[in-house]
Design a protein around this ligand. Sequence first.
Ligand code: FMN
Length: 262
Amino acid sequence: MPALKRDSVPYTLGFAAIVCLVCAIPIASAAVLLRPMQARNQRVDRLSKVLGVAGLLKPSEKLGPAEIEARFDEFVVPRAVELRTGAFSDAVDPRTFDQRKAAREPSTSFEPPSNEARVFRVPNHAVVFEVKREGKVAALILPIQGYGLWSTMYGYLALEADARTVAGITFYEHGETPGLGGEIENPRWQAQWKGRLALDEAGDVKLKVIKGVAGPPADDPYRVDGLSGATITARGVSHTIDFWLGDAAFGPFLARYRQGGS
Ligand SMILES: Cc1cc2nc3c(=O)[nH]c(=O)nc-3n(C[C@H](O)[C@H](O)[C@H](O)COP(=O)(O)O)c2cc1C
C-alpha cells in the first residue's frame, strides 16, 4: 500500500483523529477516576456548611475532610422526615438519601401549592439534622431552597431547640451576582439572623428580609437587614423561608416538634 502524502486530506483527517484519541483517553479517564473524589469533596463541603450553620465550625478553622466527618459524626444526627405528616421516617436512609434527586422524580415527590419561592416539586422525604449537645437536641437544621433573581439558592436554616428561634443561616449554592445577591454568603449578613424569630407563637412564619436596616433581635425579632442593591435576591430569601417553614414543607414537622417531638 502506498504511503499517504503528508499534505493529503486522508493524512490530515487521520492525524487529527489520532490527536483527538490521544487527548480524549486521559481526559475521560481523569473524569471517571476523579468522580468518587469529587463526590466526597461535595459531601464534605455540605457537612462543613451544616457544622458552620450550627456554630460547630468557625470560618477561620481549617479542617481536613476526615476531621470534618469526625466532628459531624460527633455532634450531628441526620434524620429523615416525611414532609406531609411531619413525622420522622425510616423509609429512606438519611445518610445516603439524595433529596434534590427525589424532588425531581414524580414518584418520590409532590407538587406544592403555587409559591413565590418557585419551588415546583417537594420531595416526599427531607433530611433534617439534629445537633446534639450533652445528649439533648440543641438545634435543628433544615435544608431550604428558593429562587432569587437569577438562580435557585440552596442553603440551610438552623433553628434552636424551641423550633422557632433562628440559630443561623447559610447558602452553599446559588447563581446570584457576587457583591449584590451573592452577599447572601456574607458571614456578616448571615450573623444578624441569629436570635431572631422565624415563627410567631401561633406557628405562623413571620421572619422577613426587609429593605433597609432592622433593629437588634430583641427589639425587632421578625426582621432581617436587606441587601443593598439586591432587593430581589433578598425577597427570594424571604419567600424561601416562608415556603420551607410553611404548611407545604416543614410546617407540620415543626408543629409536631414544638409539641414535644416528632
Ligand atoms: C449586572 C446586574 C446584576 C444584578 N444582580 C442582582 C442580584 O444578584 N440580585 C439582586 O437582587 N439584584 C441584582 N441586580 C439589581 C436588580 O436588577 C435590582 O435593581 C435590585 O434588586 C433592586 O434592589 P435595590 O432596590 O436594593 O436597589 C443586578 C443588576 C445588574 C445590572
